[in-house]
Write a protein that binds this ligand. Structure first.
Ligand SMILES: N[C@@H](CCC(=O)N[C@@H](CS)C(=O)NCC(=O)O)C(=O)O
Length: 286
């Protein structure tokens, strides 16, 4: 085939403007790739938490030596931490998110989590579900070639999103409604850190963890699989708040970049990526 699309190597749209604003040297360099949802996670967190960083675009499929230095499997995201001599590296999006959360606690004082230990645990339950269920279901669905498998994995993906909604509802019920607060101000205080699911909420760790795949469900899965997200006013309002959030928007390229970059997954081309190979062989994601 001659007219196959390939993955992009440069951000477009709002993400490109953000890259331009973050091209100068800083203590932290984020090794990123414009199409990568694992990168987008940590990038949104940097924007939200107000941590200074430099964005550096790499092609993870070419395994450049500077990426391998900070991320042993050659996966993005990777971080280079220049405050150490010699500089140190860090990889794995979920670990990097926790690292940023810890950094912000002693610097910008912003946070993606509630303060109450039980409320924090509920957000982490949401994150656990996203990693174990939503993310692998996304790739199974996108890579499925047979119609029957597409129907089956489309249902699996939808159900895993519905289960996340149940976890959001549980946190709202137990922490906000069960918190005994009468006034709006008190309720808002109880809801702090529980995320954009709440009317007055702000970004949470789980919004950041899942947002990049919800976004790709709306462009990539819609285009290649005809997928439609669940409807309903509360779900729609959550998506609206998420996609309009300044930290989220700042990391988004234009739809075309994602459609082109994910054609390889949608056609399940051989050796598309380590993630795609893991899905095809039924192994855990790298
Ligand atoms: N578990 C890793 C996964 C990261 C990952 O799979 N990144 C992809 C890009 S979206 C990558 O670097 N792929 C390179 C490859 O497959 O060799 C994380 O959460 O950071």
């Amino acid at each position: 085939m001659t007219d196959q699309k390939n993955y992009h190597l440069q951000c477009t749209g709002p993400a490109m403007e953000t890259v331009q604003r973050h091209s100068g040297a800083q203590d932290i360099t984020l090794f990123g790739s414009c199409f990568c949802p694992f990168v987008q996670r940590v990038w949104i967190a940097l924007e939200y938490l107000g941590i200074p960083y430099k964005y550096y675009e790499v092609d993870p499929y070419k395994k450049p030596a500077d990426l391998l230095e900070v991320s042993p499997k050659g996966l993005v995201p990777g971080l280079k931490l220049h405050k150490y001599t010699p500089p140190r590296g860090l990889n794995e999006s979920t670990v990097i998110l926790e690292y940023f959360e810890d950094l912000a606690a002693s610097s910008t004082k912003r946070s993606l989590l509630p303060t109450d230990p039980y409320a924090r645990a509920l957000v982490r339950l949401q994150c656990d579900h996203i990693s174990r269920s939503i993310v692998p279901a996304f790739y199974r669905y996108l890579q499925a070639q047979e119609e029957g498998a597409q129907i089956e994995f489309g249902k699996e993906f939808r159900t895993s999103i519905e289960s996340l909604v149940e976890l959001f509802e549980r946190a709202e019920r137990e922490i906000v409604q069960g918190g005994g607060a009468s006034g709006v101000g008190e309720q808002r205080a109880l809801g702090a850190g529980l995320g954009l699911w709440l009317d007055n909420g702000d970004l949470s760790l789980s919004d950041v963890m899942v947002g990049p795949w919800i976004f790709r469900a709306c462009n990539v899965l819609k285009h290649y699989r005809g997928f439609e997200l669940p409807t309903g006013p509360k779900f729609g309002a959550w998506i609206d708040r998420l996609f309009k959030h300044p930290a989220f928007k700042a990391t988004c390229s234009t739809d075309e970049l994602y459609l082109d970059s994910y054609e390889r997954y949608a056609q399940n081309r051989p050796n598309t990526s380590q993630v795609a190979n893991a899905i095809n062989s039924g192994k855990p994601l790298p």
